[in-house]
Design a protein around this ligand. Structure first.
Ligand SMILES: [Zn+2]
Length: 191
């Protein structure tokens, strides 16, 4: 694997990540500290953060070294929660981008509702409400499974009725999905 970062840089990242503890600055997320020694940190070539079912947590080395502590805490918490909420074990879905979006909204909303950590993503519900596929969805106490099916139903309805979908609150990859509705079947873990 070609690595853009020096060995020294990566060793620094590994130390910083392994020694990271939420409990000191983010006490409400201290339960995540138990998971840090369990996961394997792997520098990501494409700089994307992700978590897989083999407990491999891909991280952005640039961000680990130069990012501020809040942003690092957010990214770490987000990925660890994909594991804790068992999202990493879902292998595929008909509408994988919708599934990934729902998973991210649930995680970010959980972080927002249970801690004082800043949310570095637009995929977060306000007062437990989130606009997706032209519909306001209540995410409170929803499982990923029920949220996904609710959003897919809204997505199909919006397509059938040719309702103009409000894209403002979505990130780019969902925009791409909605403009190419046939590109859906992909096997991938949640990022
Ligand atoms: Zn995610």
């Amino acid at each position: 694997m070609k690595m853009k970062f020096s060995l020294e840089h990566i060793i620094k990242c590994q130390e910083k990540l392994k020694n990271f503890r939420f409990g000191s600055d983010y006490p409400l997320l201290a339960f995540l500290d138990y998971w840090i020694p369990i996961v394997q940190f792997i520098p990501s070539e494409d700089l994307e953060w992700s978590m897989d079912q083999d407990l491999k947590l891909l991280y952005n080395p640039q961000m680990v070294i130069y990012g501020n502590k809040d942003k690092l805490a957010f990214c770490l918490a987000h990925e660890l929660l994909h594991l804790i909420f068992l999202h990493v074990f879902i292998k595929e879905a008909r509408y994988s981008e919708i599934l990934e979006t729902c998973a991210d909204v649930l995680i970010n909303t959980f972080i927002k509702n249970t801690s004082n950590l800043q949310i570095f993503s637009s995929l977060v519900a306000k007062d437990n409400k989130f606009n997706l596929c032209g519909q306001t969805i209540d995410v409170k106490e929803k499982s990923l499974y029920s949220l996904y099916h609710e959003v897919v139903t809204a997505y199909k309805k919006s397509k059938d009725n040719e309702i103009k979908i409000d894209m403002k609150s979505l990130e780019n990859y969902l925009k791409i999905l909605l403009s190419y509705p046939d590109v859906k079947e992909k096997t991938q873990t949640i990022g």
